[in-house]
Design a protein around this ligand. Structure first.
Ligand SMILES: *[C@@H]1O[C@H](CO)[C@@H](O)[C@H](O)[C@H]1NC(C)=O
Ligand SMILES: *[C@@H]1O[C@H](CO)[C@@H](O)[C@H](O)[C@H]1NC(C)=O
Ligand SMILES: *[C@@H]1O[C@H](CO)[C@@H](O)[C@H](O)[C@H]1NC(C)=O
Ligand SMILES: [Zn+2]
Length: 462
């Protein structure tokens, strides 16, 4: 039997329309702000399991417990609930999860040092001969490879990490790999900075949603490192003064970091396109003189070609031309203790996060929230710390003082002074900076003295 062409076309069209209605096709939106990957909405492999309800502006919210997808459909699949596509005002989203442990709201955020805080936007480095490579949106499955590559070139970079985007789960969820990747960033001498909790556009949310975006990521990073960043980059580079966004970020104690080279890597994530990003980088950097020039480069460790192709190209050029790849904090001459704010209520957890898989095999997972000699909280649904009261939970009462290490995860028993400032790393940093500072002569000496003084002041408060 042969199908009439017009009939076949009709069937094809109908299928398309149906698929579109069911939210199966990805929906692409145009990002007006530069330098941000447009986060596509739905993953074709995740078939929505509730296609009847529409949601969004002028339509309304989803039924309780379901998420409003980027395309405006209610459902509970990962594709519906993943941030930042998921509409936070019209249903549940990944973004509504909170990190465990005490909120960071009450921690003081003094404006220390000479690097300006918000609403000022910083677009360039201050030390000639340096390149600050920055990577947004991670950690992702590519970040480990990127850390290997940076090690190979003895390069330092800055990671603007997002707490819970693209369906990856929360960075401080110890059943996932992200916490140990972030620990590795920090222990390898890279700078860990914030790119918000769930990558919302900070110019389009309410002031309370905005502080929540910053504070949830603070708590999550604090859960991993014991301290949280004072450096951030707004998603979509969007934080316009008319929304008071910049002012609010300043009040929250943040340096707002933009860039002066946009690699456009998110638009060129394929072997046949990535040359365009290399050309953008080369066009600016190859002509420049490391004796007078510095660069602040944006890329994204969420993209395969960025990690497996573009970055090595940039690192080779940096080395060949006599530039040094250093962190944003270093290239702004900000003393290391000022890159982070310490949460003294939750001491740094020095040991590697324990995964439920490695829990005591002789102990059953708690099924009723109680724990102790026979039941462990690791892998339970009640939280993974066992309190002195033999109850599982995630709060500081469970994970802090009296916490039972034999029956779950604990944050106690680590030095109270924490590691916000690792003196060994700092000494190494000042030494390697010497080369550039000699070129800078007089003014550099003053800056170094000021830095040292500030470092002492901060150390006294730690
Ligand atoms: C406890 O925290 C872990 C890691 O963030 C999370 O996976 C778990 O769902 C939390 N449990 C509760 C009961 O909050
Ligand atoms: C890396 O990029 C070049 C273009 O600059 C491309 O020809 C090559 O195939 C890419 N390599 C890989 C492994 O993707
Ligand atoms: C733990 O299990 C052992 C052996 O099954 C039992 O003797 C003991 O009473 C249990 N302890 C608690 C606190 O339930
Ligand atoms: Zn981003």
């Amino acid at each position: 039997m042969r199908l009439h062409p017009a009939f076949a076309l009709l069937i094809a069209l109908t299928t398309c329309v149906l698929a579109r209605i069911q939210g199966v096709f990805p929906v692409y939106t145009i990002a007006l702000e530069s330098s941000e990957p447009v986060q596509t909405s739905l993953n074709t492999r995740d078939v929505p399991n509730n296609v009847d309800y529409r949601c969004g502006p002028k339509i309304g919210k989803c039924p309780v417990g379901t998420c409003c997808s980027g395309a405006g459909f209610c459902g509970t699949s990962k594709a519906h609930c993943r941030s930042p596509d998921c509409k936070i005002d019209y249903g549940h989203c990944d973004a509504h999860r909170s990190p465990y442990g005490p909120p960071t709201k009450e921690i003081a955020r003094p404006h220390l040092g000479q690097v300006p805080f918000g609403p000022t936007q910083i677009r360039s480095c201050a030390i000639p001969g340096t390149v600050a490579l920055t990577f947004d949106d991670g950690p992702t499955r590519y970040t480990g490879d990127l850390l290997d590559l940076l090690d190979k070139y003895d390069a330092k970079a800055t990671f603007f990490v997002t707490g819970i985007n693209n369906g990856k789960g929360a960075i401080d969820d110890l059943t996932l790999p992200w916490a140990s990747v972030i620990e590795r960033m920090h222990s390898s001498g890279h700078q860990v900075a914030s790119h918000t909790w769930s990558h919302e556009d900070l110019s389009k949310v309410t002031p309370s949603q905005r502080s929540e975006q910053m504070e949830k990521n603070e708590a999550a990073i604090r859960n991993i490192l014991g301290h949280f960043p004072s450096y951030m980059r707004p998603p979509y580079s969007s934080c316009t003064p008319d929304t008071e966004c910049g002012k609010q970020l300043g009040e929250l104690g943040y340096h707002i970091i933009l860039y002066d080279i946009d690699t456009d890597d998110y638009k060129n994530d394929s072997p046949d396109l990535i040359q365009r990003s290399k050309d953008i980088f080369d066009h600016q950097v190859l002509q420049s003189d490391p004796l007078t020039k510095s660069w602040l480069v944006i890329a994204h460790d969420a993209h395969e070609q960025t990690v497996h192709n573009l970055t090595e190209h940039m690192l080779k050029a940096i080395k060949r031309l006599g530039y040094r790849a250093i962190t944003v904090g270093d290239c702004l001459r900000d003393p290391r203790p000022l890159w982070y704010r310490k949460d003294t209520r939750m001491p740094t957890q020095k040991e590697k996060p324990k995964k439920p898989a490695s829990a005591d095999p002789n102990k059953a997972v708690s099924w009723d929230g109680s724990c102790g000699s026979n039941y462990t909280c690791l892998g339970s649904t009640f939280g993974f710390c066992c309190s002195s009261e033999n109850a599982c939970g995630n709060t500081s009462n469970h994970c802090g003082k009296g916490c039972r290490k034999d029956a779950g995860y604990c944050t106690v028993d680590v030095p109270g002074n924490g590691d916000a400032w690792d003196p060994r790393v700092d000494v190494k940093g000042s030494k390697s900076e010497a080369g550039a500072e000699i070129r800078m002569l007089g003014s550099a000496a003053m800056a170094a003295m000021t830095s040292l003084l500030l470092a002492f002041i901060v150390a006294m408060f730690m």
